[in-house]
Design a binder for this molecule. Structure first.
Ligand code: MOS
Length: 734
């Protein structure tokens, strides 16, 4: 169905199943270890061989020779795949560097060999016997040093690299109150629980790959492009995923090497990327340098707002678009943004949860706190004063629905914001205590999404789509959607996901998964309802589906009766008109944080957090809350812990494992609360829903930073906020 006019009343509005906080239907399988991951598909392949990936020991240069003899003769070794014997490989659209390197090396830990052996241990042991000689070239690894030579990034399809409205320079110069500050965010690693893993099996020249992947359709095409196969010769299967955070939006070396290894070995091969390889072999969120200038009148109205962002990437890589939200979030007649990209020879920078807004708001929302401070205004009031209900770059474009002010007001009220003291003035024993807040903002994207639905003779419904569930609750919300549409209980719906033979969805990314994939199921169910009505001889426009029965006027039948011997099926996709051009579709949050800083040691403890979110209809408050809680936790990591340390001489991330790359644990997060505003967005899609998974992260780190400032009176503009950056600036202990 084409969605090109705002939704009116539809079957979802009954809210008998949708909108209820059902526990995840895949939960018992996940928690009992019976949801098989790619590396554990013992049920589909007997005795696969094991591949072990060898990563490059240099960041830039070339391999001059590889001595494989000792490895080939090691116990259990079946075959060794390198660029020398892999045949000519293409490159996927969504890949920057090649997934198998050699002789040219594009980044550190780029895969250069796959050893295939009878056991994992044999493969690992043999890989250690490979001797690689390199010619190492000097690369560029330091964003701060490269910053001055960075050209303006090429225009992206969805984002111009530079924007300008009014006279930014003039208005900024004339502003009575102004801020000009530079912020930095470091490289981040996704650090999902399940490592990258794939198992490949060939039948003739067709390959099936069980893998862990967020975007099945584009990844299937990218496997085909890399292996020079027709798309139809590649099948990807990824029903269960142990987290991705954007790292699994595209294929990585495990996928291609499992396929190459299996072809060369003549038997199924499975490959997992060992954890210490992952941060340099795969992608990361690129570090940024961000300069923000804001000019305001003494009454607090913003007259000029400018945001420039620098990031680096490999040749052909994309920039981190950290300035994007600044084009949309606050009013102000004179504005500019610019995205600049340096060529660096570090591993590939790419999407990590809320690319753009997540690092962008880390800077912008400290800047807003800083200028509110200069104005002597409460930061909540300052944001409310500068709210806009239209796209500030194109004032004829309203927001479909924008309840940021309501989020901020409710958050301030529920959090006890009125009790916040002046910076450095609230003392609790040895602790300096402060409150901080930030606005959260993340766009809501529309994407075509397809689904197939079946009705069987028991009146049960099966849903198929190549959508994925990366731990977000997709299985459950799709089942809720189908149950609501067909008038059956949740337990009567089976959902099958993550197979490239199913109808194409946009996959899990950019918080566009929930709204678009449920809308696709909605569309398919509308067709199935028509087929049911027709089969029963009912008029389709007045037919009601409830409690397993179908009713039209005075006639009624069991839904199962329409199935007949072979059942009924329907397939459709949601497609969109231009509502997202006429309206700006986004999601909003007010993030509030209380933090305590030990006045002796400088240790920071987050004490309380609250997120108030406005994201249209909430399809399942339990899974949505869980998404936001997880995102808030990730925000604390970004504020206080997460950083890939760059070796700027040799060009790699030094802390490339989960021991050296710190993320928050339970003890770091004492109390979190989430409130969803009760709203719908009929302009967004027939579900009237938007996403929350990334919104929950956007702004959180700045709220933590602002709480630390309020606690101590010390401003830190470089993430993560670690002791070395502020210990000597803490107020003297009385
Ligand atoms: Mo998200 S970074 O689009 O998985």
């Amino acid at each position: 169905m084409k969605f090109d006019t705002p939704a009116t009343t539809n079957p979802i509005d009954q809210l008998k199943v949708v909108g209820k906080g059902y526990t995840r239907i895949d939960g018992p399988m996940k928690t009992t270890g019976t949801a098989p991951y790619a590396y554990e598909r013992h049920d589909v392949v007997d005795n696969p061989a094991y591949g072990y990936v060898l990563g490059s020991a240099i960041a830039k240069g070339k391999i001059t020779s590889m001595d494989l003899d000792a490895a080939k003769g090691a116990p259990g070794v079946i075959i060794i795949v390198t660029a020398d014997n892999a045949g000519k490989l293409g490159k996927g659209k969504l890949n920057t560097a090649h997934l198998l390197g050699g002789p040219a090396i594009e980044h550190y830990h780029q895969a250069v060999a796959l050893v295939v052996a009878q056991t994992f241990e044999q493969a690992r042991s043999a890989a250690a016997l490979i001797r690689v000689s390199y010619q190492e070239d000097q690369g560029t690894y330091d964003l701060a040093a490269a910053k001055n030579i960075a050209p303006v990034a090429k225009d992206e399809p969805d984002a111009k690299s530079a924007t300008s409205v009014g006279d930014f320079a003039g208005a900024f110069a004339a502003a009575p109150v102004k801020l000009d500050a530079t912020y930095t965010t470091p490289d981040h690693s996704h650090s999902m629980m399940e490592p990258f893993a794939s198992m490949a099996a060939w039948t003739g020249n067709k390959v099936t790959i069980w893998t862990s992947n967020q975007l099945i359709h584009s990844s299937t095409e990218d496997v085909a492009a890399t292996l020079n196969l027709p798309n139809d010769n590649v099948r990807l299967i990824s029903p269960f995923i142990g987290g991705g955070f954007g790292g699994k939006l595209f294929i990585r070396s495990d996928v291609i090497l499992a396929a190459l290894g299996a072809r060369a070995a003549g038997q199924p091969v499975k490959v997992t990327l060992q954890r210490p390889l992952i941060p340099n072999n795969t992608t990361h969120r690129a570090s940024t340098i961000q300069r923000i200038r804001i000019g305001a009148l003494a009454d607090g109205h913003i007259t000029a707002i400018g945001h420039e962002g620098w990031s680096g990437n490999l040749p052909e890589g994309r920039p981190e678009t950290a300035v994007m939200q600044t084009r949309l979030l606050y009013a102000g007649a004179n504005r500019m943004t610019a995205t600049r990209l340096a060529t660096l020879d570090l591993p590939e920078g790419n999407a990590m949860r809320a690319p753009g807004e997540a690092p962008g708001l880390m800077a912008l929302e400290i800047a807003m706190d800083e200028i509110a401070d200069k104005l002597g205004m409460d930061p909540v009031q300052f944001r409310i004063l500068n709210d806009t209900q239209v796209d500030p770059e194109k004032p004829s474009r309203p927001y479909s629905r924008r309840a940021l002010v309501e989020c901020l007001k409710m958050g301030a009220d529920k959090f006890g914001w009125a009790k916040r003291g002046a910076p450095g003035k609230t003392v609790d024993g040895r602790w300096l205590v402060g409150m901080g807040m930030a606005a959260g903002f993340r766009n809501s994207m529309v994407k075509k999404s397809g689904a197939k639905v079946y009705l069987d003779g028991k009146g049960d419904i099966t849903v198929e789509t190549d959508m994925t569930d990366i731990g977000t609750g997709t299985y459950t919300i799709l089942a809720q959607t189908a149950a609501e549409m067909m008038g059956v209980g949740l337990h009567q719906v089976v959902v099958r996901l993550g197979d490239s033979t199913y109808p194409v969805s946009p996959g899990s990314g950019g918080q566009f998964g929930a709204s678009n994939s449920t809308s696709g199921v909605y569309a398919a169910c509308l067709k199935l309802r028509e087929a049911v009505a027709q089969k029963l001889g009912f008029k389709s426009d007045d037919t009601m589906f409830a409690d397993g029965r179908v009713t039209s006027g005075s006639r009624s039948a069991a839904l199962a009766d329409a199935a007949g011997e072979v059942g009924l099926q329907a397939e459709d996709a949601i497609e969109y008109g231009d509502l997202d051009k006429k309206y700006q579709e986004s999601t909003f949050a007010g993030h509030f944080v209380e933090a305590a800083v030990n006045s002796y040691t400088g240790e920071i403890r987050v004490r309380r957090m609250l997120a108030v979110c406005a994201a249209g209809r909430i399809l399942n408050p339990k899974t949505a809350r869980s998404q936001v809680i997880g995102a808030m936790t990730m925000g604390v990591g970004a504020a206080l812990m997460e950083e890939l340390a760059v070796d700027t001489r040799r060009g790699f991330f030094v802390n490339h494992d989960l021991a050296g790359y710190e993320v928050p644990v339970h003890a770091d997060i004492p109390h979190q609360d989430v409130i969803f505003l009760d709203e719908t967005d009929p302009i967004a899609n027939p579900m009237k829903a938007k996403g929350v998974g990334e919104l929950g992260l956007c702004g959180v780190a700045a709220a933590v930073a602002n709480a630390v400032y309020n606690a101590t009176g010390v401003r830190v503009r470089d993430y993560p906020i670690t002791l070395d950056k502020y210990l000597t600036r803490l107020p003297a202990v009385a």
